[in-house]
Design a protein around this ligand. Sequence first.
Ligand SMILES: Cc1cc2nc3c(=O)[nH]c(=O)nc-3n(C[C@H](O)[C@H](O)[C@H](O)COP(=O)(O)O)c2cc1C
Length: 319
Amino acid sequence: MEKEANWPGPEGLIPALEKNAANASLHTRRFLDEILIEERIIGTRVADLTMKLWGSEFTSPIMMPAFSHLNKAGLAHRPMEEYAQAAKNLGIVNWVGMESDADYAKIAEVGAKTIRIIKPFADHEKIREQMTFAVKHQALAVGIDIDHSIGKDGNVDVVDGEKLGTLTAQEIKEFADFAHKSGVPFVAKGVLSTRDAALCEKAGADAIVVSHHHGRMPFAVPPAMILPDIRKVSGKMKVFADCSVDDGRDAYKLLALGADAVSTGRAILPGLLKEGTPAVERKIQQMNDQLKELMGYTGVAALDLFDATVLWYHGRPLK
Ligand SMILES: Cc1cc2nc3c(=O)[nH]c(=O)nc-3n(C[C@H](O)[C@H](O)[C@H](O)COP(=O)(O)O)c2cc1C
């Protein structure tokens, strides 16, 4: 009876299947879940999660996400500042997405070490202004979510009335140069091919985020699937990753596959919206414990000792 109630009907079935198949988050979740881990317990030590990045030390490679807009969700509290506060209390990297300068200033005031990700606005002067503003407010780094150009209708997207644009490799180089002249590293967020990673490396990016931006692109390859190849072409760039890092085990898998650090996004959202800072802190602490547990089981005593040969996929070593 229940099955019948859920039956979408002949007209509804094909769109429903298409929607599911195209959903990159679904494939990403599935891929991560099917990676298994072999034990290397003899001689192991308790793991140290300390991460050094651009002259600062952090307590974990699990970072906050580049969220945005949450202060406009009609809540009686301010989630954007609240997760920044959790980052500060925990000593981990904070990230912020599309926020006005005035709103960014309030988040920066919390005092977490923050990476500001700016939209690829068609107006490049606006990108430079927002970078300068972030530097004045002690940003750890600045960057652009280069994967947010195309909207659902195939044209350049418009967000909050602001027209976005596409970026060439030369333009990415100019923004990287601008960030460097301003005294901060430059991050290209939303890289999902060895081609684009190599172009970012050549453009002088200090880091990329291997990401499909919670499934913006239909049928996007899972970050974990392409990460080892991207790592190979990434020379001196830091390689971060996100998408479906829902617990510390997902973080372990991405770190073993070559990520220097990872962001968790929607996994912190329910607690953040309901309860704010304490819920985010609890979730990240739990993720840290899970990551440390698996590092202990596999003889990975520190972040530079990950080894992808512990990973198995469909009955065979993944690598
Ligand atoms: C509410 C919300 C707002 C977001 N805003 C931005 C943004 O402004 N810029 C950006 O680069 N990514 C943005 N993202 C994407 C996240 O940074 C991240 O790439 C994505 O959520 C994937 O991780 P997840 O699967 O853990 O959620 C946003 C995500 C959410 C859920």
